[in-house]
Design a protein around this ligand. Structure first.
Ligand code: URA
Length: 431
C-alpha cells in the first residue's frame, strides 16, 4: 500500500513548531500501530511533541486517532451505572486498590483498566501481580461478567483497546518522553473513552513526584482531559492533588498492596484514606449517587468483602502471604528533629532503582522491592532512628537507590518550621 505521508516529514513539521494536520495525525498514529512508522521515528515525534507542544484541536484529533486504533467497549447493558478513576501517576499512589472495591460496594460498577509502571511512578497492575495467582489479563466477556457479579474489575486493557497507546506508552517510558501534556492527556483519555465508562474522575497530581511539577501545568493537564472527556459524552471531573511527598508509607509493589489492605480493614495512613474517600465521593456523585457516604462501606467491611471477591475472581488468593524482598537496608536519620520535607521524586526513583519499576521495555519488576517509610513530613524523628527501609532482591541496587535519596529529605532540629500536617491533600476541583 502506498502511504500518503512520510514519517520524516511529519517529525519535521512538529520539530519546526508547526501544527500537525488532521490527516498527518490520523496517518502517523495508524501507521505506527501497523509498524509502518518505526519506533525510532515515533520516539523522535514524541520528543518533538514534548518540546514543542500541541494545541487543543491537535490533542483532540490525536486522542480520536488513538481511540480509532482499536475497539470501543460498551457497559450500557449493566444494571448499575459505571464510574472509573484515573491518576496521572504518582509515588505510593495505590489509591485504585481500595477505591475500586469501595465504590463497587456503594452500588456503582468500576471498570478499571490500569497500566504498568511508567518512569518513577508505580503501576497498578505491577502492584496487584504481587498477589499470588492474580491475573491482569481478562477477555472482554470475563470483564463484563465480573462487573455484573462483583461490581469491580482492575485489569489490563485488552490488546484491542487503544493499541496505539499501548505501544506509545511503552516507548515513552524508555525514551524520556513521558512528561508531555498532550501525550499524557491523549494517552489517558483515549483509553478511558474507548473503555466506555459513564463517568470518570481524574486525579491530577501536582508536585515533585508527579509528571506535572507545577500547579499551572497540572491544571492545564486536568482541564485538557476534562474537556476531552466532556466532549466525548463522559461525565468527567478532576481533582488536583498534592504529590510533593509520597502517598502513605509505602512505594513499591507488594508493600503497597499490604497498605491498601490496611485501608480496606479500616486502618491505614490518613492521607491514603482521605484521598480514597474524596475520589469515591466524586465517582459516586458523577455516577448519579451523590447521597451515598463511602466512609460507611469502608468502616463496616463491605469494601473489604468486594476486594476479596475481586481478587479471587481474577485467580488471586486474598489470604496468601505477599512476597518479601530478600535484602533490606535501613536509612538512618542523621540528626534528630522534625522531618520537614520528604521528596516524592527521590523516594519514587529509589523504589524504581530497587527493582519496583523497569528501565527496559518488558523487564520483570520485583514484587518485594520498594521503600517503606517510618516517618512523614511533620513527624519527629530521633537521631539515629530508622527513617525508612529499602527492600530489594539484589543488594547491588542499594547504592543507586541511596543516591536518589541524597538530598531528598530535610530534618530541622529547631522546632517551629513544621509543615502543616492538617493541610488537605486535595488542592482543587475542576469540572
Ligand atoms: N497514565 C497514562 O495512562 N498515560 C500517561 O501518559 C501517563 C499516565
Amino acid at each position: 500500500m502506498t502511504e500518503p505521508f512520510d514519517a520524516p516529514d511529519v517529525i519535521a513539521t512538529k520539530r519546526d513548531r508547526k501544527r500537525l494536520s488532521d490527516e498527518q495525525i490520523d496517518w502517523v498514529v495508524d501507521a505506527y500501530t501497523r509498524d509502518v512508522v518505526a519506533p525510532e521515528q515515533m520516539s523522535a515525534l514524541a520528543m518533538a511533541i514534548l518540546l514543542n507542544g500541541m494545541d487543543r484541536d491537535e490533542i483532540a484529533r490525536w486522542t480520536d486517532a488513538m481511540i480509532a486504533s482499536g475497539e470501543r467497549m460498551d457497559f450500557s447493558g449493566l444494571s448499575r451505572p459505571t464510574a472509573d478513576k484515573h491518576s496521572t501517576g504518582g509515588v505510593g499512589d495505590k489509591i485504585t486498590l481500595p477505591l475500586a472495591p469501595l465504590v463497587a460496594a456503594c452500588g456503582v460498577a468500576v471498570p478499571q483498566l490500569s497500566g504498568r509502571g511508567l518512569g518513577h511512578t508505580g503501576g497498578t497492575l505491577d502492584k496487584l501481580e504481587s498477589i499470588p495467582g492474580w491475573n491482569a489479563s481478562l477477555s472482554n466477556e470475563a470483564m463484563m461478567a465480573q462487573l455484573d457479579d462483583v461490581g469491580a474489575v482492575i485489569c489490563a486493557a485488552g490488546s484491542g483497546l487503544a493499541p496505539a497507546d499501548k505501544k506509545l506508552y511503552a516507548l515513552r517510558d524508555v525514551t524520556g518522553t513521558v512528561e508531555a501534556i498532550p501525550l499524557i492527556a491523549s494517552s489517558i483519555m483515549s483509553k478511558k473513552i474507548a473503555e466506555g465508562t459513564g463517568a470518570l474522575v481524574l486525579d491530577a497530581k501536582v508536585g515533585s513526584g508527579a509528571f506535572m511539577k507545577s500547579e499551572a501545568d497540572a491544571r492545564e493537564l486536568a482541564e485538557t482531559m476534562v474537556a476531552l472527556g466532556t466532549d466525548a459524552g463522559v461525565t468527567t471531573v478532576a481533582l488536583l492533588t498534592d504529590m510533593s511527598t509520597p502517598l502513605g508509607l509505602t512505594a513499591g509493589n507488594a508493600v503497597e498492596v499490604a497498605e491498601s489492605v490496611e485501608v480496606l480493614a479500616g486502618g491505614g495512613p490518613a492521607d491514603v484514606v482521605e484521598l480514597t474517600l474524596a475520589l469515591a465521593r466524586e465517582m459516586l456523585a458523577a455516577a448519579g449517587k451523590p447521597d451515598i457516604d463511602p466512609a460507611e462501606a469502608l468502616a463496616d467491611g463491605r469494601a473489604m468483602d468486594v476486594w476479596r471477591r475481586m481478587i479471587a475472581a481474577q485467580g488471586g488468593d486474598p489470604d496468601a502471604a505477599l512476597p518479601q524482598a530478600k535484602e533490606s537496608h535501613v536509612v538512618i536519620a542523621p540528626t534528630g528533629g522534625t522531618l520537614t520535607r520528604l521528596d516524592a521524586l527521590g523516594v519514587g526513583v529509589a523504589a524504581w532503582r530497587l527493582g519496583a519499576g523497569r528501565s527496559r521495555p518488558g523487564e520483570q519488576v520485583q514484587a518485594g522491592a520498594g521503600v517503606v517509610l517510618n516517618a512523614k513530613p511533620g513527624d519527629t524523628v530521633s537521631d539515629g532512628a530508622a527513617l525508612m527501609t529499602l527492600h530489594t532482591d539484589e543488594p547491588e541496587r542499594f547504592e543507586r537507590a541511596l543516591a536518589a535519596l541524597d538530598g531528598a529529605y530535610d530534618i530541622d532540629a529547631e522546632p517551629g518550621s513544621v509543615p502543616d500536617g492538617s493541610a488537605s491533600i486535595v488542592l482543587d476541583r475542576i469540572g
